[in-house]
Ligand binder design. Structure first.
Ligand code: NDP
Ligand code: OXD
Length: 328
């Protein structure tokens, strides 16, 4: 069926008619999301994908990651918008969402502060050698090793958007020197920002801890590779909190084994869950967490989603609207 314009859609429905939302997520968190959205949805109907729902009328879908087949969205002829349950949207930019449909991502204070806390925790764990002592404890060894101070450490943040800026702010408050790398300049930043490929090397060579928070796009896929990792200072630590495919896994292992990098804290992987035979699991300098740096808070983000729903049907600007050309 041909997709209808917003105006035609609204004319088809009287003023109070419901243009429902469907929540699509094929895992055990589906009901939690449906209930969370219903709490703030007022008169708007919110359906779970696995219950009977009016396919013809659905105007917004709330979805997450690879937890739905790409064809799941194509069933809804009147879809105006797709809201990601998270900040990342790469899974919606694979051509499966009609170009006329708006895509939105989460921008939420809790998502940002949780990410900042996680980035601080990993950075301090690296500086204070906490994984070394965990291993020493297993071996019942009492072996002090040197530690570093925040005020003597420069942290480079790849990607200073909603999350990178929150990380930068917290790290600066703790005393770290912070540098950022973005696509476009950020005059409001209270630290040095390097932009684009031209300034990438200057940024990397100063980053004793590199925190990756760029979205996964064609431009960032494989960005952390043999060449870029080699530009980091000797002994640097990598923290990847963004997406797995931004990192070339074998190149990281090589940089760690050669001693060029001293450690890597990885929260995201090309295949998740990380396959049990992946070398990251047993590499002594790799510290794996299961994609938990910052998990969307349903209560605080549901309001943004319902506000976006109303903006969508009324044709007003959306919060977190994704620019398809940029890919984020
Ligand atoms: P934003 O879109 O707000 O920020 C992205 C930043 O990356 C911007 O500063 C942008 O530059 C920069 N950037 C994008 N592409 C490039 C490029 N090619 N070169 C240089 N800089 C680039 O995203 P968020 O901060 O909200 O989220 C970042 C990512 O974090 C998400 O996409 C997701 O993958 C990941 N994430 C991970 C979670 C976890 O638990 N591990 C939880 C939540 C998110 P500019 O400012 O110029 O636009
Ligand atoms: C996100 C995530 O993108 O949790 O929000 O990874």
């Amino acid at each position: 069926m041909a997709r209808k314009s917003i105006r035609l859609l609204l004319r088809d429905h009287d003023d109070n008619a419901n243009m429902p939302i469907v929540v699509i997520r094929y895992d055990d968190r589906l009901q939690e999301w449906v209930q969370g959205l219903r709490k703030v949805a007022g008169k708007v109907d919110v359906y779970a994908v696995d219950e009977p729902h009016p396919i013809e009328d659905i105007c917004m879908a709330v979805v997450w990651g690879r937890k739905h087949p790409p064809s799941a969205l194509q069933r809804y002829p009147r879809l105006l918008g797709v809201q990601s349950m998270g900040a990342g949207v790469e899974f919606l930019l694979d051509g499966s969402v009609d170009p006329s449909i708006k895509i939105m991502r989460v921008i939420d204070d809790n998502l940002a502060s949780d990410m900042a806390e996680f980035a601080l925790a990993t950075t301090l764990a690296a500086l204070k050698q906490l994984p070394t002592y965990k291993q020493a404890q297993v071996n019942r060894e009492w072996t002090p090793v040197p530690y570093r101070r925040a005020r003597d450490t420069t942290v480079g943040i790849l990607g200073c958007g909603a999350l990178g800026m929150a990380v930068a702010d917290l790290l600066q408050r703790v005393g770290f020197t912070v540098l950022g790398w973005t696509r476009s300049s950020r005059p409001e930043a209270k630290f040095d920002i390097y932009t684009g490929n031209e300034q990438q090397q200057d940024f990397l060579k100063q980053s004793q801890v590199l925190i990756c928070l760029v979205p996964l796009t064609p431009a960032t896929q494989g960005l952390l590779n043999r060449q870029t990792l080699a530009q980091l200072p000797r002994g640097a630590v990598l923290v990847n909190l963004a997406r797995g495919p931004i990192l070339v896994d074998d190149d990281l292992v090589e940089a760690l084994d050669s001693g060029h990098l001293s450690g890597a804290y990885l929260d995201v992987f090309t295949t998740e869950p990380l396959p049990t035979d992946h070398p990251f699991w047993w590499h002594p300098k790799v510290h794996v967490t299961p994609h938990v740096a910052s998990v969307t808070d349903i209560a605080s983000s549901a309001t943004q989603m319902i506000d976006n729903y109303h903006a969508l049907v009324e044709g007003r600007p959306l919060k977190g609207q994704v620019c398809r050309d940029r890919g984020y």
